[in-house]
Write a protein that binds this ligand. Sequence first.
Ligand code: SF4
Length: 245
Amino acid sequence: MTDILSPASPEDIRRQLLSVVKSVKGQIRNAENLYVSVDLKKPRLQSAPAVPETEDSWHGLHTAAAGCERCALSKTRRNVVFGDGNRSARLVFVGEAPGADEDQQGLPFVGRAGQLLTNIIRAMGLERKDVYICNILKCRPPGNRQPQPDEAARCREFLDRQIELVSPRVICLLGGIASHFLLDDNTPVGRMRGRWFDYRGIPVRVTYHPAYLLRNYTAEARKKVWDDVLEVVRKLRELRQAEGI
Ligand code: SF4
């Protein structure tokens, strides 16, 4: 037995050293476990986290978008406008980009154009909570300018994953920007209307953006949009019948 006043034997010193080594090894293991659990083991090379491929995909996707700095719009936005509505919706609307009201509230289509979209959805026999609504861009372009191709390309992964997660039966594209970008087709909206397109196996219909309709609130323009959304309703019914629900 040793105490602090008597010199330790070589065997005591060996035992003490072994115990110190064991304790240090345990502390290193605990530290490694901690790093794994908070995912600090791998260095982060990107300024924005890559969209994670996790089970909890909505949470991961939303978190990645909320901290996204992939394009310069991250410097001027107030809020990231991720998307809104039913995450199991059979119908997804995709617009262009958030405006001032959306940027302020962090929700898509809440301004005047949004109110018109809400009316259109109601006229289809649905409510906003029945559909999912999002945009090509998640952050507002300053002065409501059009999205730049590089911004849309950088933001694309969020949109693709949103649509993949919702897995809708039909997509309705609102306006030229959304239509040209998602379908990779620069035909004017007026000539894209009236037929079905395909996005990864999902039928897609193109119509005018509600903001265009506000600027051009003629009976003819309203009828065109009404014809487009009626086709969407018909397609949803047809698919429902085919699925036996
Ligand atoms: S617009 Fe899209 S890519 Fe650009 S910062 Fe916002 S979320 Fe990121």
